[in-house]
Write a protein that binds this ligand. Structure first.
Ligand code: B12
Length: 212
């Protein structure tokens, strides 16, 4: 059993050098990438969120922790690739308008890509119009939206309405996620699916499209 204490501490401190070295060292010691992600990196970011809520950490430190996590994720990325040859389906993904959080969205993209989906990533702060425009262009099977702020969640139903107005709502499945998003909210806004983490996002996407 690996101990992720040092990695968690390095993520909280935003100490990129130590965090990257720790990630490599637990990988070398035989830990699996999924464990490192969940029990090391995400556990560290959860603590960052807690401290931010309590006023013990501020935006610049939060940003530094986010950068640290991103650098560590680069080392884990190859382990999430399953190497499928044929695409399981096309996914258009983005973080909704007004929202700049992209770590979770990138993780979902990465895991989906690893599981064999073809990803078009619109990045962050994506307006309903941009989702619609790109959806017309790439004709995705799934439109996936991420929101990390309760204030940006309403952009999800707005995007669904925009897809409806453009006549493409029936041609795509809509999947949503992000820390404040819930299953109940997904039902309220008539999204087709919700997932609480990147792993279940993959299995739910497969279910939605009926692929294995
Ligand atoms: C890092 C961070 C930042 C960074 C973001 C850097 C980046 N490039 O992403 C920076 C510093 C920029 C930032 C800024 C702000 N932040 Co911030 N941030 C965080 C923090 C600490 C971590 C988020 C994170 O990356 N988590 C790790 C990832 C892996 O988890 P995740 O995003 O939840 O994603 C997982 C699931 O949710 C799911 N998922 C995510 N997206 C999707 C999409 C789909 C389709 C599916 C199926 C699943 C899915 O799968 C993911 C992987 O398992 C959180 C606290 C927290 N613990 O969530 C606060 C937090 C989200 N931030 C918060 C706030 C308030 C802000 C600011 C308003 C602060 C300010 N005063 O300026 C700004 C807003 C900027 C903006 N306009 O977006 C609040 C939000 C409160 C709320 N509910 O509205 C939080 C909760 C902190 C807190 N406790 O108060 N933040």
């Amino acid at each position: 059993m690996s101990d992720y204490k040092a990695l968690i501490e390095a993520v909280i401190k935003g100490d990129i050098k130590t965090a990257v070295a720790e990630t490599q060292s637990v990988l070398d010691a035989g830990s699996n990438a999924r464990d490192i992600l969940d029990k090391g990196l995400i556990a560290g970011m959860d603590e960052v969120g807690e401290r931010f809520s309590k006023g013990q950490m501020f935006v610049p430190q939060m940003l530094r922790s986010a950068k640290t996590m991103k650098e560590c994720m680069k080392l884990l990325e190859p382990f999430f690739q399953e190497g499928d040859i044929t695409s399981k389906g096309k996914v258009l993904i983005g973080t909704v308008k007004g929202d700049l959080h992209d770590i979770g969205k990138n993780l979902v993209s990465m895991m989906m890509e690893g599981a064999g989906f073809t990803i078009t990533d619109l990045g962050v702060d994506v307006s309903p119009e941009s989702f619609v425009q790109k959806a017309k262009e790439v004709e995705p099977d799934i439109v996936a939206m991420s929101a990390l702020l309760s204030t940006t969640m309403p952009s999800m139903p707005r995007t669904i309405e925009a897809l409806q107005r453009a006549g493409i709502r029936d041609k795509v499945k809509v999947m949503i996620g992000g820390a404040p998003v819930t299953e109940k909210y997904a039902q309220e806004i008539k999204a087709d699916s919700y997932a609480s983490d990147a792993g279940s996002a993959v299995s739910k996407a497969k279910n939605l499209l009926g692929v294995s």
